[in-house]
Design a protein around this ligand. Structure first.
Ligand SMILES: [Zn+2]
Length: 344
């Protein structure tokens, strides 16, 4: 969508479970059968900018974020797909950083390609961009191969997919030959903007401010999740499976249980990316060509010639947008790796 957070710049129901009567398998089975439709909508959790989005000076710091993210996702039975920027591994403590990616696989998660250095396809020549994607296979692909698996998901940085049809055709042709599928995004919560403020509050030891940002983030997430459900219904007359974009941030590491509760309340059931992509909605054509980093509901709205209800779309609080922009403008003299700071 032509939303500032993606374009240009950088862009369970609290399940009504009838109380089980003890000792009666038939009743339990009936309950399972009748409650299943309440969880009919799947949501795949995807996590970008691995190993760590935001402040990441040492592998030890990254391990704290990674451990909390993975423990939270496992606690809530999320089988997430993490998208790696291998530039983040280029530091003196490289082996320990690679171990963070191994931890994702050991926790039952999948890993995909998010380019080596997080370039914009809007601003980068396509052959340079292709080389950057190939370079991102250096560590991730062998880690998957060692487990008998193959790297096969690609996520566009900034969700930018090419400004001309020639670029789209060339890059997507290359991706297909390489065995990749594009991981679309059909739900997101601008988490990266809140994460910047959260990191800054934690860095200065202001736990009260961090708690306020986290609360704003969760309130916004609850609102935007409801909006995406409504928006998808305007396109398909039903709720398709969703693909939710999050980032590997300290904020999310501190919020997984609360995010899981929001998904449950919204009658969304975490599923794998492979499972979500089997929903026929994902066979809808995407013909968008241009500079903006649009998510896929907007792309499909153009294909289907239907309007999304942007007038009711919740907005990230202005203070959060301004705070993120201000903080991102300050160079980080300690950062050993230089992934471009604002992401999708
Ligand atoms: Zn990203």
């Amino acid at each position: 969508m032509v939303e500032p957070r993606f374009s240009g710049v950088f862009s369970a129901l609290r399940a009504f479970r009838p109380r089980a009567r003890s000792g009666c398998l038939a009743v339990a089975a009936l309950i399972a059968a009748t409650s299943a439709p309440l969880y009919a909508t799947g949501v795949a959790i995807t996590v970008d900018d691995l190993p760590v989005y935001g402040r990441f000076w040492t592998a030890a710091e990254g391990k704290d974020v990674t451990d909390r993210l993975l423990a939270g996702m496992q606690r809530n039975h999320w089988k997430a797909t993490g998208f790696v920027n291998e530039i983040q591994l280029d530091a003196a403590d490289r082996p320990a950083r690679i171990a963070l990616l191994e931890a994702w696989l050991d926790a039952g998660m999948d890993l995909g390609n998010h380019t080596y250095s997080h370039p914009s396809l809007t601003k980068t020549p396509v052959e340079t961009y292709i080389a950057d994607v190939a370079r991102d296979e250096t560590v991730t692909a062998p880690l998957l191969a060692a487990r008998g698996r193959r790297e096969h998901w690609f996520r566009y940085p900034f969700l930018e997919t090419g400004t001309t049809q020639a670029v789209r055709t060339r890059f997507e042709g290359w991706l297909g030959e390489r065995g990749y599928r594009v991981a679309p995004v059909t739900m997101e919560n601008s988490d990266w903007q809140f994460a910047t403020l959260y990191d800054a509050a934690i860095a200065r030891g202001d736990l009260a401010a961090a708690a306020r940002v986290r609360q704003q983030y969760l309130t916004f997430t609850r609102e935007i999740v409801a909006w995406y459900k409504q928006a998808a219904r305007t396109l398909f007359g039903r709720e398709p499976s969703f693909v939710f974009l999050l980032h590997a941030s300290r904020l999310n590491a501190a919020s997984i249980d609360a995010l899981a509760a929001i998904l449950r309340d919204a009658r969304l059931r975490p599923i794998t990316l492979d499972a979500a992509m089997r929903d026929p909605a994902y066979r809808t054509a995407d013909h968008y060509v241009g500079p903006d980093g649009n998510e896929w509901l907007e792309r499909w709205s153009q294909t289907l010639n239907k309007r999304l209800p942007f007038e009711t779309m919740p907005r990230v609080p202005k203070a959060v947008v301004a705070g993120d922009a201000r903080l991102e403008a300050i160079p980080d003299p300690h950062a050993p790796a230089s992934v471009s700071p604002a992401h999708s």
